[in-house]
Design a binder for this molecule. Structure first.
Ligand code: URP
Ligand code: ZN
Ligand code: ZN
Length: 462
């Protein structure tokens, strides 16, 4: 199979030019002006942007959490991702306490194989790491699982202590793997939560009000200190507040290999979107929670200055009916997480490019190139170059639409961004040379996505 993409404006993190792209099988084999190669399929991309497919490095598909399971599995979640121009994701496998991390890897392969419609990698969430099992982490790296998430929140469920964090980081400093940190001071938050419940404060808004920004800032600071002592890099996930951002900025100014992502919900939503509708707020219960609105400008500035390198979604969808409703009498029982896998590129294009905050190149860098570099996929993915996988999105910058539960492809029964008007959308999506979205239809086969063995964190990249 060969494909010729004609006349498109090719945008990578570094370049912006008009040319044709020739694809043979799954790879880009030629880029140039007025290519005359015979092709099985020709796509006219005149007046369109041609970008590397989006890479979402933070998703939770088919994940057991809070007494239920996230509602998108690897089939529905990857399809929704593709409609939004994401052609690769990295999901989180979770080690159940008392089991080996190898078991979790097998469970997540089982979930993904035969279902994923785009390529996927896995991070491993470590919940318990006895000394006798430390070497399991090296096995993971050999399997291409080169990043480990640790939780400083959710005591008794997912949280690990500082010694475990330090030991894990010491190990990654030798293997080149990367620790992804959920940074919130879980022990203190738990005390604040218990006090709120004792006072009868059970509504969803109290999820947000019991998780102060200082609890995030403190944990980010501590994780950076632990990483510095261990001589390891650290990647802060779903950073939500200025308190946390300042700690990352300070560390980076000192030259430490400290990185961070934020997510669209923290850039577009705030506490102002909660507190009006009683239990409807449960739709916006995720962790870290929404913050006061002024934090948004700080996060956008962080993206502009490269204090934040990546925007991921933390897609962790639970339906309002029956799933979020588990916490109708007690906010601590609301499964934490929100849906967003489909709208990351659109939202970042709207808030970043259309609203004049950064260039189209920076947009591509945030949603594709930096994720590929950070997580050992570059240059196979994250760029458009001869030899790279032909994961390519034809982006229509003029397409106007309104985000809504009535038109999205995620399985969840609400949208966090309901009614938001957007200009710009993925028109045609190729994954390894195969057109998987065209004319608003999904054309890819279920199960066609491959597991990606990722390289270890490159270290030298900033
Ligand atoms: O509320 C969230 N973010 N749920 C997913 C799990 C996590 O902490 O990333
Ligand atoms: Zn987390
Ligand atoms: Zn998450």
């Amino acid at each position: 199979m060969s494909t010729l993409i004609k006349n498109g404006r090719i945008i990578t993190a570094e370049q912006d030019y008009i040319a044709d792209i020739y694809i043979e099988k799954d790879k880009v084999t030629l880029i140039g002006e007025n290519l005359k190669n015979q092709a099985d399929k020709v796509i006219d991309a005149k007046n369109k942007y041609v970008i590397p497919g989006g890479i979402d490095v933070h998703t939770h598909l088919d994940m057991p959490f809070g007494g239920t399971t996230s509602i998108d599995d690897f089939e529905s979640g990857t399809k929704a991702a593709a409609f939004g121009g994401t052609t690769c994701l990295i999901d989180f496998a979770i080690q159940a306490k008392g089991t080996r991390i190898r078991d979790a890897l097998d469970i997540w392969w089982e979930k993904a194989q035969g279902k994923a419609t785009i390529d996927y990698g896995l991070h491993m969430i470590i919940t318990d790491l006895p000394d006798a099992h430390m070497e399991d982490m090296s096995d993971m790296v050999n399997e291409g699982v080169t990043s480990f998430k640790l939780f400083m929140a959710y005591p008794d469920v997912l949280m690990v202590d500082d010694a475990t964090i330090y030991k894990t980081m010491k190990h990654t400093s030798k293997t080149g793997a990367l620790v992804c940190m959920h940074a919130e001071n879980g022990s203190v938050i738990d005390l604040i939560v218990q006090k709120a419940l004792a006072e009868g404060k059970t509504a969803p808004i109290y999820h947000a009000l019991t998780r102060p920004t200082t609890a995030e800032g403190e944990a980010v600071n501590r994780s950076i200190a632990l990483a510095e002592m261990a001589g390891a890099p650290v990647y802060i996930v779903h950073l939500s507040s200025n308190d946390a951002l300042e700690k990352v900025a300070e560390a980076r100014d000192r030259g430490l290999p400290v990185y961070a992502e934020t997510c669209p919900q923290y850039l577009f939503l705030s506490l102002d979107d909660m507190g009006k509708d009683g239990f409807e707020d449960a739709k916006l219960v995720f962790t870290p929670p929404l913050r006061e609105k002024w934090h948004q400008d700080k996060l956008w500035a962080g993206l502009q200055k490269n204090t934040l390198q990546i925007v991921s979604t933390d897609h962790c969808p639970f339906c309002y009916k029956e799933q979020k409703e588990l916490g109708i009498d007690d906010f601590t029982k609301i499964p934490n997480g929100g849906p967003g896998i489909e709208h990351r590129l659109q939202l970042l294009f709207e808030g970043g490019v259309n609203e004049g905050r950064f260039s189209v190149n920076r947009w591509v860098e945030l949603i594709s190139t930096s994720p590929a570099k950070m997580f050992g996929l570059y240059p196979r993915k994250g760029t458009i170059a001869v030899g790279s996988d032909a994961d390519i999105v034809i982006w229509d910058p003029e397409f106007e639409h309104t985000i809504s539960v009535h038109s999205h492809h995620m399985r969840v029964d609400y949208s966090m961004f309901e009614g938001k008007k957007i200009k710009g959308n993925a028109e045609t999506v190729l994954s390894r040379g195969e057109v998987i979205v065209e004319n608003k239809k999904f054309l890819g086969k279920t199960g066609r996505g491959n597991f990606l063995k990722r390289d270890a964190y490159a270290g030298a990249w900033d």
